[in-house]
Ligand binder design. Structure first.
Ligand code: GAL
Length: 826
């Protein structure tokens, strides 16, 4: 072949290759108005699902439910400390298989948003930083520190390379349309002085150099270095405008509820308010909106951040902790998504005009040459409105947005919920009585002799010593008191200035007491009477327990943990106080639990370790318990009831389901009977479950269980409890309620089970709430209970037309809008 021909052929070949790969790739870019995909402006609806907060077998179902709920994309953080538990030793197995997670999103036909961080906050232990990183020499986080930057770059590059290798970026034909570097650094940048700006510039350059072919985000980062896209996080982002006019309006975290602390109440954000925030965002020109969280899930093991983030990370998200739909939230948003999508073209290409209708009511009109779409938003927190818009009257309730895809007919109003409420409950089966065996944590050496495996002069910070390999660190010292010591008095105490999340104190082998934090102040003084000090050597043993390392704030990595002192013995003699400071003594340290080191939780239990089945103790501290159990049959999510237990950690067949602390009740006040969706939401608003155990039920993923029936539960009980009430259940829909507005269709379902009975139904002006519904002053002249029963009982789902055609004439009701209230039993 002639050379000329050959080169021609070669270039043809290259053209073919490039056009082939171009055809496969998705071009993600942006202009001032929107994110564009392959040149088309989009509105993008996304939701956060964190892969390690569920198990890999749950991912397809969660992602499909998100897709069915009308989402285009799934967002996740990447969790550095989980993936690199030891420096340069990586773990991407099981529920840490982030590549598999992204591929599952791709298989479902959704996009994905990868927030690498690698600082993530996320109520995740230490905000996602490995503790070994903190313990490296000359280390300072999130600033221009060479060691930090080197490690951060190493991990970020590793993740990017893994994604590239699997062709997961949109530019390679994969699902990842956006990536994030850092997280909310703008909130803390001022604390870092000039270095803060230098650091964020470095982050931008570093990210950029990784050449991923899709835009990078920086959330809560006004004036983000170009070409990083700044975004907003919060309960509302309608008022937000990007500082850079060529950056489109994006919302990376719309908080669907809130996280929970030990001792805290159960957060609750209404479907009406959440929908309102989303509709407002798109009314005011938003292009990308992500629910944080769409599925919150579970903090298995010791991944919960803190201090004091609970094991449940339910977040009151549209999909609940166990993977069930949280109704009406999920369904009410789904309807909104459908309506918004139908307006995509006018929202992203239309000319915008606004009309102020007075009294905090504003209409926005998006017009293209094909037609227009409108919003009427009423931001007034109390006053409903009847407004005249384009010659027609519209009723717009307080704190709501009406969406009119054709600027004429109201297709959706954020305050008018036509989706069922599902009330979840435990199945009603008789619980299996468990046969427990037990053994003590062998702590005598620490409690009686004060000897450990490390010695230091003075007190040390807990995480500096443990590298966070365990929640537990013993601090032990001796003090010699001779007869003449001035300390001796009738009234002597042990005083510990502590940052331990929980502190247990022993003197001369005897338990003196504990302290934990009920007011959020993790810097406190413990002081307890000790009347058993002896002449001669006295042993002081303090057990410091961490309950999730801090995950937020400037310099949070160096906030103290453990017992930083001073530790002293105090004698009170009349007016005089004599304090003997022990802080500078020699201290012995012992990291972790012996039972943990001996893998007492493992199914491959070591033969020579004996478990007792007699003298079963209750209320005993530092005790291991073990029992066999049968897994509940079926596919419904499994939960375990820890009512009666104190505090500790639990394992199912060797896998940790997290810390438990059911004995910690939330405070009695701060819950109201009524929850008004109107007015600004904050994490305390509408909270419920005051005065109850912070978390009584714990998720046992199906994949942790052996279907064969032979399962083992192991508990480490730190504070003392009674396991005899522990039992396994499934969580199912117990009751379904709906209040639907006339001329709507309401879909009713008990999820995967048949509807068994109609407890209440009335079409007219029924009163009350789910559980207390009652007939109002008027109702349709057909028997509503019978009508609904005929449509629904015995079926998996049914659809009811909410109209007089279905329920008969409602002449007594006059002109006022009619409603249907129903309550079904599952
Ligand atoms: C944000 C943060 C998230 C999460 C959230 C609260 O500030 O970026 O990671 O912590 O707050 O749930």
């Amino acid at each position: 072949m002639k050379m000329k021909h050959f080169t021609r052929l070669l270039s043809l070949f290259f053209i073919l290759i490039t056009s082939f790969s171009l055809a496969n790739s998705t071009i993600v870019s942006h202009d001032e108005r929107a994110i564009t995909i392959n040149g088309k402006r989009r509105i993008l609806l996304s939701g956060s699902i964190h892969y390690p907060r569920s198990t890999a077998d749950m991912w397809p179902d969660l992602i499909n439910k998100a897709k069915d709920g009308g989402l285009d994309a799934i967002e996740t953080y990447v969790f550095w400390n989980a993936h690199e538990p030891k420096r340069r030793e990586y773990d991407f197995s099981g529920n840490l298989d982030v590549v598999r997670f992204i591929k599952t999103i791709q298989d479902a036909g959704l996009y994905s948003v990868l927030r690498i961080g690698p600082y993530v906050c996320a109520e995740w232990n230490y905000g996602g930083f490995p503790v070994w990183l903190h313990n490296m020499p000359n280390m300072k986080f999130r600033t221009v520190n060479p060691s930090f930057m080197n490690e951060m770059q190493n991990f970020t590059t590793k993740i990017v390379e893994m994604m590239k290798e699997e062709k997961l970026f949109a530019s390679q034909g994969g699902p990842i349309i956006l990536a994030q570097i850092e997280n909310e650094y703008g909130n803390v940048i001022s604390s870092y002085g000039a270095e803060g700006k230098a650091y964020i510039d470095w982050c931008a350059n570093m990210a950029n150099s990784l050449d991923i072919g899709v835009p990078w985000l920086m959330c809560q980062q006004p004036n983000a270095p170009q070409p990083m896209l700044e975004t907003c996080n919060g309960f509302y982002c309608d008022q937000y405008e990007p500082t850079n006019p060529s950056t489109p309006k994006m919302w990376t975290e719309n908080w669907t509820g809130w996280f929970k602390n030990w001792g805290g109440k159960h957060p609750y954000r209404t479907a009406e308010d959440l929908a309102f925030s989303v509709a407002r965002f798109f009314q005011t020109g938003g292009t990308f909106q992500n629910y944080y969280m769409y599925h919150g899930g579970t903090n298995f093991g010791r991944v919960a951040g803190g201090p004091y983030i609970t094991t449940s990370y339910d977040y009151h998200a549209p999909i609940d902790e166990f993977g069930n739909l949280n109704q009406p939230k999920w369904g009410h948003l789904k309807q909104l998504h459908t309506v918004l999508k139908s307006m995509e073209k006018s929202l992203t290409y239309g000319n915008i005009s606004r009309i102020d209708l007075g009294n905090s009511i504003k209409a926005t009109i998006y017009t293209t040459n094909e037609g227009s779409s409108c919003f009427i938003g009423n931001v007034n927190a109390t006053a409903n409105a009847l407004v005249n818009f384009k010659g027609k009257d519209y009723h717009v309730p307080a704190w709501s947005v009406s969406v009119l895809p054709d600027c004429d007919k109201e297709a959706y109003n954020t305050a008018k919920v036509n989706t069922q409420t599902s009330i979840m409950t435990e199945d009603s089966s008789k619980p299996e009585k468990l046969e427990w065996t037990w053994r003590p944590e062998s702590a005598q050496k620490m409690i009686l002799k004060g000897s450990g495996d490390l010695i230091a002069k003075g007190l040390v910070d807990q995480k500096d010593v443990t590298n966070d390999a365990s929640d537990y660190l013993w601090y032990m010292t001796r003090v010699h008191l001779d007869k003449k010591d001035p300390l001796w008095s009738r009234n002597m105490t042990l005083r510990v200035h502590s940052n331990a999340h929980v502190l247990h104190a022993y003197v001369n082998g005897k338990y003196v007491g504990n302290q934990f934090v009920k007011d959020g102040k993790f810097d406190y003084r413990f002081e307890k009477k000790v009347n058993h000090l002896v002449h001669g050597t006295n042993h002081i043993s303090l057990l410091s327990v961490s309950v999730g390392l801090q995950n937020y704030g400037a310099f949070f990595e160096s906030s103290p943990t453990g017992i930083n002192g001073p530790v002293s013995l105090v004698g009170y003699k009349g007016e005089e106080t004599i304090e003997k400071d022990l802080s500078q003594h020699q201290w012995d340290y012992k990291i972790g639990l012996n039972g943990y080191n001996n893998k007492l939780f493992s199914t491959k239990s070591v033969g020579h370790i004996k478990w007792a089945n007699e003298k079963f103790p209750t209320g005993r501290m530092l005790t291991w318990y073990k029992a066999k159990f049968k897994a509940p049959l079926g596919k419904e999510p499994v939960i375990v009831d820890f009512n009666g237990l104190g505090k500790g950690e639990a394992w199912i067949n060797g896998q940790s389901i997290g810390r438990y602390w059911p004995s910690f009740n939330s405070s009695d006040d701060g819950c109201k009977d009524e929850c008004d969706y109107r007015g600004e939401y904050g994490s305390d608003k509408c909270a419920f479950m005051c005065g109850e155990p912070t978390q009584r039920w714990y998720h046992v993923p199906r994949s942790f269980l052996n279907a064969s029936g032979h399962n083992t539960i192991t508990l480490f009980e730190e504070m003392g409890g009674n396991p005899s009430m522990v039992n396994f259940k499934t969580v199912v829909v117990g009751t379904v309620c709906a209040r639907a507005h006339e001329h709507n269709k309401v879909e009713l379902s008990c999820h995967n089970r048949p509807i068994s009975a109609v407890k209440f139904a009335s079409f007219g002006n029924p009163v009350g709430h789910c559980g207390t519904f009652a007939v109002g002053t008027c109702q349709g002249d057909k028997d509503a209970v019978k009508t609904v029963a005929k449509e629904c009982v015995g079926k998996l789902n049914c659809t009811i037309n909410v109209s007089s055609d279905t329920f008969g004439s409602t002449l007594d009701c006059g002109d006022s809008p009619k409603k249907l209230a129903v309550e079904l039993e599952c």
